[in-house]
Design a protein around this ligand. Structure first.
Ligand SMILES: Cc1cc2nc3c(=O)[nH]c(=O)nc-3n(C[C@H](O)[C@H](O)[C@H](O)COP(=O)(O)OP(=O)(O)OC[C@H]3O[C@@H](n4cnc5c(N)ncnc54)[C@H](O)[C@@H]3O)c2cc1C
Length: 397
């Protein structure tokens, strides 16, 4: 392969997307990934309409559609109240060719991206290389790796996740906070749709709220993942225990007898945004630039949107475009990361866990009224489907 003009740190969804869009623009690109092969942990699984639109031309969307589950309808429920509001993305059929959420696991998206990337001779993914430092000078960027190699390029995209070495190497602050409680994800084969839940459902409760969604898994009929808050003082072993997890699920679908829990995992939840998404020849994208709770399924999608814009802007600058295109990348993405991604995910958690009975009743009434009024439902859908945020980013000068 020719010497890369861009090095991407991290072969997650953001890094691989950036690499694919650079390769498609004719830019030689190398991805450095510390894992020795594609990683398969249960993480994101919801793909929103703008992401499908952005991937359509590359053929990635067609591959996603072949593997994913379409979910036009999502529900907001109260644990005691049952269904409070149902939102149907078909209402947006006039503004997007993909008026639904697509449920498809993050690692499958990565495999699809790798497959598309492999068709470009001027793109390569190097596995088992951990970036340890990045320094820049007037002419380019040097990337140090743990195996002793040094890589040189004109630009670097740091897509190396929430603990980004690239971000830290540039001294870029990661402002925000970490929730006290961790989230527990329980995976079950129990068919929650048969109990009336939509493929994507949020259940509010002052004590044990939860969010659930279906994923295709390895084979039909698929799996359900349910996200619960946990007591910050509780022991990890007890939280991960399958029998305890089963009891949590059982409380949602009162029934006797056993049913399978196939996986549990716990993770810390942060709300943070990098102070800048661009410093000289270094751009940040994805979790390296922002982290948030998973309620609303937006983190990965937002990272993909960063990655596509970062790739387009670097390609334009390499082609003679003004350097300010890269500053505008930072202004645009940082603005919507604060105004939409952070604001909406923080509000989503607050709405699910609201403890004040008066505020909770008012919020449920507001959601019922929103779902019942087509104009309000449409506005709500434009926001929660990320379409409004994409439009807002485009409007930032
Ligand atoms: C349980 C859970 C559920 C979620 N659900 C959703 C959802 O439904 N929808 C949604 O949009 N988002 C969701 N998210 C968030 C989503 O998973 C992340 O936003 C997404 O993974 C970010 O992608 P990324 O490519 O930026 O980072 P990552 O996926 O973290 O990828 C970073 C890559 O960089 C590599 N790397 C790290 N450090 C180095 C280094 N020093 N050198 C080389 N390589 C390195 C890592 O190994 C990794 O492969 C969820 C997250 C969790 C934890």
């Amino acid at each position: 392969m020719a010497e890369p003009q861009v090095i991407v740190a991290g072969a997650g969804p953001a890094g691989l997307t950036a690499a694919l869009f650079l390769a498609r623009a004719g830019v030689p690109v190398r991805v450095l990934e510390r894992h020795t092969e594609p990683f398969e942990d249960p993480r994101a699984a919801t793909i929103h309409p703008p992401t499908m639109e952005m991937y359509a031309e590359s053929g990635v969307t067609a591959d996603l559609l072949a593997q994913g589950i379409r979910a036009p309808i999502w529900q907001f429920r109260g644990r005691a109240e049952g269904v409070v509001a149902e939102f149907d993305l078909s209402l947006l059929a006039d503004v997007t060719p993909f008026p639904f959420r697509l449920q498809c696991e993050q690692h499958k998206l990565c495999r699809i991206l790798l497959n598309h990337l492999s068709r470009h001779a001027h793109a390569e993914v190097v596995w088992g290389v951990e970036v340890t430092g990045v320094t820049q000078d007037q002419d380019g960027v040097s990337i140090e790796a743990a195996d002793g190699t040094t890589h040189r390029a004109a630009y670097v995209i740091g897509a190396d996740g929430g603990r980004s070495v690239v971000r830290k190497s540039q001294g870029i602050a990661f402002e925000g906070f970490t929730y006290r409680e961790r989230f527990l994800v329980v995976t079950t084969t129990e068919d929650m749709a048969a109990k009336g839940y939509a493929i994507s459902s949020y259940v509010s409760d002052p004590v044990t709220w939860c969010a659930m969604f279906k994923v295709p898994g390895k084979a039909a009929p698929g799996l359900w993942r349910i996200v619960f808050p946990t007591d910050p003082e509780a022991e990890e072993a007890g939280l991960l225990d399958f029998a305890a997890a089963r009891d949590r699920v059982r409380a949602l679908i009162p029934q006797d007898g056993d049913f399978p829990v196939v996986h549990t995992n716990l993770y810390a939840v942060h709300q943070r945004v990098a102070a800048t998404f661009r410093q000289g020849r270094v751009l940040l994208a994805g979790d390296a630039a922002h982290v948030n709770n998973p309620l609303g399924g937006m983190g990965m999608n937002f990272g993909v949107h960063d990655a596509i814009l970062a790739a387009q802007r670097i390609a334009a600058v390499l082609d003679g475009g003004a350097d300010d295109l890269l500053d505008r990348y930072s202004r645009q993405r940082r603005h919507v990361a604060e105004a939409f991604l952070q604001a909406m995910t923080i509000a989503n958690k607050k709405n699910l866990e609201e403890k004040d009975p008066v505020a909770r009743t008012a919020r449920l009434a507001e959601l019922r009224a929103t779902a019942a009024d087509p104009a309000k439902a449409r506005a709500h859908l434009l926001k929660t489907s990320m379409i409004e945020g994409v439009r807002a980013a485009a409007a930032v000068a």
